[in-house]
Design a protein. Structure first.
Length: 398
């Protein structure tokens, strides 16, 4: 018998017991759907994180005080007071540096009318917006003139504006930041990260909240992306000289670039994808066992049929091929249905999470291949059992 005869025969045999076939495929359907959905979620999360990191600014270096001893990314605002405004001015003169945006932050209660929220208040310079790639939704960012005059003006992040129930008409109104009145001059476009902030001029921050010359972070933009490694090296050497750090000693500052952030998160999400796919594969294993079980039952039920087919000239390999094709049809049909359900689940999760549908063709191909492999692996034993039946014994089977 050839494949053109075996495939329709397999479908007709499975159609005769539709409910049993569907229940048998259920394990494969769940397994494939889980793999597609979970890997898609991991890929979507990776894409979302990548977009957020890239949205922090272009050609960006982030400098924070204190040594990075964990091997991972330090948050802004280290406990050591090793980064100062003098360092920021010196870094601005380094070759390859486009702009420098120092930052000092604290937590404060912000009040607007009857609404209030506790959020991060950051003292910054006018360079902060271009360095960190922010866009203004309404009003304007802190201008050089407002900064130089030390005016009490504030720019609200989108989340903070929402928490205070402030819209476009809030520009020009007054809010209370930590007990100090400030005039709202702008509201920022949402970025999906660091939107829960209030930005004020650094001189106003020094006057009313955090005195001194220490900084909690420095954002540095380079002139070109290919200059990032060299500029990072130059800044490192500059700060080590300024801070009197000998060669071989640990630095009292940390410089992180976007490539490091993307690499760190890429490693985490990659491991997460493998873990989730491994867990989902257990369902496929269970589905394969179900296929083997039902095929063994089918061999027992069709023993006399096998005996008759052998008696009229069917070879053992014909019988084996018939049962193996039935197992493959079961697993492939389950895999296709699993892909449909997995894509639907991925689309729903992506819509709710905001990153949209993220399906890799490789994932679909691997899911189909895996389901076919399950059919072959777990279908061979029942097929061999059927092929090895003695025709005389099979004809006598009741």
């Amino acid at each position: 018998m050839n494949w053109a005869e075996l495939v329709p025969l397999a479908f007709s045999r499975l159609a005769a017991a539709r409910l049993r076939a569907l229940l048998t495929m259920l394990g494969v359907i769940i397994g494939v759907a889980s793999i597609v959905a979970l890997v898609s979620v991991a890929q979507g999360a990776t894409s979302g994180i990548t977009n957020l990191i890239e949205g922090l600014g272009t050609n960006l270096l982030s400098i924070s005080p204190g040594a990075n001893t964990s091997g991972f990314v330090r948050g802004a605002g280290g406990s050591a007071d090793t980064l100062t405004t003098d360092d920021a001015e010196a870094i601005a003169q380094v070759e390859g540096v486009a702009q420098v945006a120092p930052q000092v932050s604290t937590m404060a209660v912000v009040v607007a009318g009857s609404a209030n929220t506790t959020t991060t208040v950051s003292g910054i310079t006018p360079a902060f917006m271009p360095v960190r790639a922010y866009e203004v939704w309404r009003g304007s960012f802190i201008s050089a003139a407002e900064y130089a005059a030390g005016l009490r003006v504030a720019v609200l992040g989108s989340t903070t504006a929402d928490d205070l129930h402030l819209g476009a008409s809030a520009v020009g109104s007054d809010i209370n930041v930590g007990g100090v009145p400030f005039r709202v001059v702008g509201i920022l476009q949402p970025k999906g990260i660091l939107d829960d902030q209030v930005y004020i001029p650094l001189p106003a921050m020094r006057d009313h909240f955090v005195a001194g010359h220490s900084l909690q972070s420095l954002s540095v933009s380079t002139e070109h992306a290919d200059q990032i490694p060299l500029t990072k090296f130059r800044i490192t050497e500059l700060l080590r000289r300024r801070h009197g750090i000998a060669q071989g000693d640990a630095a009292d500052f940390t410089i992180i670039d976007q490539a490091q952030l993307l690499s760190a998160f890429g490693t985490i999400t990659g491991l997460l994808s493998l873990l989730l796919a491994g867990i989902a594969s257990i369902s496929l294993l269970v589905g394969g066992i179900g296929i083997m079980n039902i095929m063994l039952v089918s061999v027992r039920e069709r023993t006399r049929e096998i005996g008759i087919r052998k008696a009229v000239g069917a070879r053992g390999r014909d019988i084996m091929a018939q049962f193996l094709v039935e197992a493959l049809v079961l697993s492939l049909a389950g895999g296709i249905l699993g892909i449909v359900f997995g894509v639907a689940a991925s689309a729903l999760i992506g819509t709710l999470a905001g990153w949209g549908l993220s399906i890799s063709p490789t994932t679909v191909v691997l899911a189909v291949g895996f389901s076919l492999a399950v059919g072959v692996i777990f279908g061979v034993w029942p097929a061999r059992q059927a092929a090895r039946l003695d025709p005389i014994t099979a004809l006598r089977y009741e």
